[in-house]
Design a binder for this molecule. Sequence first.
Ligand SMILES: C[S@@+](CC[C@H](N)C(=O)[O-])C[C@H]1O[C@@H](n2cnc3c(N)ncnc32)[C@H](O)[C@@H]1O
Length: 131
Amino acid sequence: MYSWDAKDYHNSSAEQQKWARELISKLALLGGERVLDIGCGDGKVTAEVAQRLPDGSVLGIDRSEEMIRFARRNFPAKRFSNLAFEVMDAENMSFDGEFDVVFSNATLHWVIEHLPVLKGIKKSLKPSGKV
Ligand SMILES: C[S@@+](CC[C@H](N)C(=O)[O-])C[C@H]1O[C@@H](n2cnc3c(N)ncnc32)[C@H](O)[C@@H]1O
């Protein structure tokens, strides 16, 4: 099991942020969606998704407690009301038909068992949802 230094990641992930921006533009969000960000890390990419959701919201999950602590500190719920973070392993999600979009950047190659993640994504999505 590896561990993440959230501050170090925050300061050295400009490249991952670039990939994320390209992906976010391809999501073609309308602004009212409920989005799940798997492996949200330090939360800065999740916050960029939230900016595109004036009438929607985004939940970032990550299995690293340190990353989630860092994300919550940088993007407190009081100031970012459409943005939330939870510690959760993508291999063990229990959402049920609540997301319009499941998004993930620079994370799925870290996952060990992909099948439970794919099943969890399918179960998390509304019938019309997209990943
Ligand atoms: C390279 S960072 C990407 C962070 C963010 N998505 C970004 O684009 O900057 C990878 C993240 O995936 C998380 N991660 C790896 N395996 C995971 C799993 N099974 N469930 C949830 N998060 C996971 C790590 O803890 C780490 O924060």
